[in-house]
Ligand binder design. Structure first.
Ligand SMILES: Cc1ncc(COP(=O)(O)O)c(C=O)c1O
Ligand SMILES: N[C@@H](CCOP(=O)(O)O)C(=O)O
Length: 453
């Protein structure tokens, strides 16, 4: 299968090249040239284990990787998960389900794609005899998951930009206490949006990119989105048959990568009823889906820090489908948005989407309520999904992180400290971070000095 850019000005690439490239050279995001349909495969998929399901799904896209190699890469990627179901679906009441996505090594949903991406990079380094330098931006979870996907992988170095003081302390420790020589935690003054902007500028320098074989671990990388489709498919197949086509998937949302994966799966013939985009107080996507206006405002630090994002990268992929797959129109909208900070949409696929927003004032109360009603501890991001939950129709709330990553908020809400052994170990380790200005020239200079060659 070939992959094309949303901006229509880069040549189509095969899977491995699109993954290695990350952001398309024209600044767009890669998407499959055509979306396959899985509508007739669902019965066959029902009995598969998570890794087998992932293989059956990804083999349709990763056609340039020998199938047995792909199968082995996938199997290896999910051995690091601590739950036998990998993505367990827990039923809290007759119609309310939670899809737990935090049983990977860094206790957040990012592990699903980033364990796999780390192993894909390793495979590429080995087969192409090349090194790879990875650059990412994080509001907390992508950074740690990407680092743990690449930890100890020869031929790789990883540079992660994050907003200093705006992640949870344990998220920072997951990035900055690895002791690994190929890991660089780069703390910037500013927000996640500042980090993501600087990152896109660095990727915009084609010569630099080529020279250092720079690749992306954020959900601008198409492998991230495709790997994330699989847990929607798994949850859909595990729902009681009578609820499957009725259930709404409720997705705590920031950069729009998670919910986009579910929506793309729906476009590939899996009859998911719809999605709720659940934002925190950084509510640009809530405003978009309720008013049609996409208008940026300031990023405000919140109790759900990984969702402290305004400009959502993956919105561009959604846009592409909504403007008739017209790269010129995507360029026009993105340019208008870049220069004015807003764009008003006349029409787009609002039918599949509902939206909710949850303020900091509400999060502790929701955690307390959910605990009282269901005995379930939701992390602050997942708590945003529990806002406005409808009990008259089936819902699947995506639980995107372990509460143990955010003990301060959980203690405040229910008086209990959630812990996890992997996080306890980190508390005694030395923290190594590099303070850096979030401007492209400084970041490039840092990479030049520390890159693997
Ligand atoms: C715990 C958690 N929940 C939700 C999100 C939002 O996901 P997305 O950015 O894919 O919308 C993130 C970060 O992306 C996260 O780390
Ligand atoms: N919430 C994310 C922000 C980056 O999103 P990504 O899905 O594009 O990597 C984080 O935790 O870093």
């Amino acid at each position: 299968m070939r992959f094309i850019s949303t901006r229509g000005q880069s040549p189509a690439l095969g899977f491995s090249d699109a993954v290695a490239t990350g952001l398309a050279p024209d600044g767009g995001l890669f998407l499959p040239e055509t979306l396959p349909s899985f509508a007739n495969d669902l019965k066959r998929f029902e009995k598969l284990s998570y890794p087998e399901l992932c293989f059956e799904f990804l083999k349709v896209f990763a056609t340039d990787i020998p199938q047995e190699t792909l199968r082995a890469i996938i199997a290896k990627s999910y051995t690091t998960f601590s739950h036998p179901d990998i993505a367990p679906l827990k039923q809290l009441s007759e119609k309310l389900h939670v899809l737990e996505l935090f049983h990977g090594p860094t206790l957040a949903f990012k592990d699903f794609a980033l364990q796999l991406l780390g192993n894909l990079y390793e495979y590429q380094c080995r087969t192409r005899g090349e090194t790879i330098n990875v650059l990412g931006a994080t509001s907390g979870d992508t950074g740690s998951a990407a680092i743990h996907g690449l930890l100890g992988k020869p031929g790789t170095a990883i540079f992660i930009l994050y907003p200093d003081g705006r992640t949870s302390p344990l998220q920072e420790r997951q990035m900055a206490c690895t002791g690994a020589a190929n890991v660089f935690a780069l703390a910037i003054d500013g927000t996640f949006d500042d980090a993501q902007n600087a990152l896109k500028d660095v990727f915009g320098d084609q010569d630099f990119r080529k020279q250092f074989r720079l690749s992306a671990v954020n959900s601008i990388n198409l492998a991230r989105v495709l790997a994330q489709c699989v847990y929607y498919l798994s949850a859909f197949l595990r729902l009681p048959a009578a609820q499957r086509e009725e259930a709404e998937f409720v997705v705590p949302t920031g950069n729009f990568g998670n919910v986009l994966a579910g929506w793309m799966l729906q476009k590939m013939g899996v009859p998911i009823r719809g999605f709720r985009v659940a934002t925190n107080q950084n509510d640009i996507l809530y405003r978009l889906f309720t008013t049609g206006e996409y208008a940026v405002s300031d990023v405000r630090a919140s109790l759900a820090p990984s969702m402290d994002i305004q400009v959502a990268s993956n919105f561009e992929r959604f846009l592409y489908f909504n403007v008739g797959r017209d790269g010129a129109k995507v360029r026009e909208v993105m340019q208008t948005f870049k220069t004015t900070g807003r764009y008003t949409f006349a029409n787009f696929d609002k039918d599949s989407f509902d939206a909710s927003r949850c303020t900091d004032a509400e999060i502790p109360g929701i955690i307390k309520d959910v605990y009282r009603k269901y005995g379930y501890i939701a992390d602050p991001h997942t708590a945003c999904g529990f806002k406005d939950i409808k009990t008259d129709r089936p819902s699947v709330i995506l639980s995107t992180a372990s509460p143990a990553k955010f003990p301060e908020t959980i203690i405040k809400a229910i008086g209990t400290e959630p812990t996890h052994p992997s996080l306890e170990v980190l508390k005694a380790k030395p923290l190594v971070k590099h303070k850096i200005v979030a401007d492209p020239a400084t970041i490039k200079a840092f990479i030049r000095e520390h890159a693997v060659r």
